[in-house]
Write a protein that binds this ligand. Structure first.
Ligand code: NAD
Ligand code: LMR
Length: 327
């Protein structure tokens, strides 16, 4: 039996938490032979902590063989202690009529405080995955506070956007979604994100040779993927939760699976024309469990370059907006 890994989850009693924790405990995130200890962190609010008690009771009641312990706390120093993975979900979601960037002031502050504590108490091999919106800039904020943990350990989730794009391409082409490969998300988890359809393949052929309607690819396809979160809020009255939890399972599972190729928001370091200090979605290849290399060299045509410039501009503006918070 492997040694259990410690997985800290913030916002554990929230919507995403309720879909996420049971998947982690069942083995979907770290594999069927990897035991886990869940370190569940909630805001110090009576109602949230009471709800967390209920979630922990339900986890117990599932009798998951891989679940070797549950910590419930509102103290991040307890919750992040020795954590190997820190899944930062806890943050305000947006409501109808809001953009994710509208959450920056309130949510940004959460990531400053939590990151300082993670840097102080988490395991030496700690990895941090940010889901709370606006995820890219919150991840940049969190990484800015770390002195011990290297910046490449801080990733933000654009996997939900990749999954959305894959399904949209499959539906348009009338194929099973497993036929669609290499669809990567560049830039911000916002309506400006760019799903780079020109590099995708469908049954091994370029997606653009199967879907020849370039007006659809450049217009409704990009728009549907970029605005899917808002469409779900309009329909449900609440932001996506089960699909977001599923995407986080995919994000981490791919990051611990050597050879996996997938979209992750990472520190750009100037790749693909992004400002060096923003966290932008791009394709990565997992090297060893938890580590990755960015896949460089995908050629961008003029349309792709203009989309990347627009999403980069937004990321740079978000960064400028929080500069006083992080310096
Ligand atoms: P929710 O309101 O249902 O749950 C959030 C939980 O976080 C609440 O239980 C709250 O008490 C808790 N929380 C707040 N501050 C906290 C803190 N400082 N420490 C620990 N817990 C804290 O929201 P949700 O639907 O679960 O969404 C969570 C976040 O994820 C939102 O910001 C949402 O916009 C974002 N989100 C991101 C993606 C993505 O693809 N990146 C997808 C969906 C949702
Ligand atoms: C999503 O993409 O569904 C989430 O980021 C929630 C939102 O605010 O859109």
């Amino acid at each position: 039996m492997k040694t259990p890994i410690r997985v800290a989850v913030t916002g554990a009693a929230g919507q995403i938490g309720y879909s996420l924790l049971f998947r982690i405990a069942s083995g979907a995130m770290f594999g069927p032979d990897q035991p886990v200890i869940l370190q569940l962190i909630e805001a110090p609010i009576e109602k949230a902590l009471k709800a967390l008690e209920g979630v922990a009771m339900e986890l117990d009641d599932c009798a998951f063989p891989l679940l070797k312990g549950i910590v419930q706390t509102s103290d991040p120093a307890v919750g992040f202690k020795d954590a190997n993975w820190c899944l930062l979900v806890g943050a305000k979601p947006r409501g109808p009529g809001m953009e994710r960037a509208d959450l920056l002031k309130d949510n940004g502050a959460i990531f400053i405080g939590q990151s300082k504590i993670i840097d102080a108490v988490a395991a030496d091999d700690a990895r941090i995955a940010v889901v709370g919106n606006p995820a890219n800039t919150n991840c940049m904020i969190a990484a800015s506070q770390a002195k011990r943990l290297p910046v490449e350990r801080f990733t933000a989730m654009v996997r939900l956007d990749q999954n959305r794009a894959q399904t949209q391409l499959a539906k348009k082409a009338g194929v099973d979604l497993t036929a669609v490969k290499d669809i990567f998300i560049y830039g911000n988890h916002s309506p400006t994100m760019f799903p780079a359809f020109a590099h995708a393949t469908i049954n091994g052929a370029p997606a653009t040779s199967v879907i020849t309607d370039s007006a659809w690819l450049q217009g409704p396809f990009c728009e549907t993927v970029g605005k899917r979160g808002a469409a779900i809020i309009a329909a449900r009255g609440l932001s996506s939760a089960a699909s977001a939890a599923n995407a986080l399972v995919d994000h981490v599972r791919s990051l611990v699976t050597p050879g996996a190729i997938h979209s992750v928001a990472v520190k750009s370091e100037g790749r693909y024309g992004f400002d060096a200090n923003v966290w932008a979605g791009m394709p990565v290849r997992t090297t060893t469990p938890g580590s990755y290399e960015v896949i460089e060299g995908y050629a961008m045509d003029d349309f792709a370059k203009s989309k990347i410039a627009a999403t980069n501009k937004e990321l740079a503006e978000e960064r400028a907006f929080v500069t006083s918070m992080i310096s």
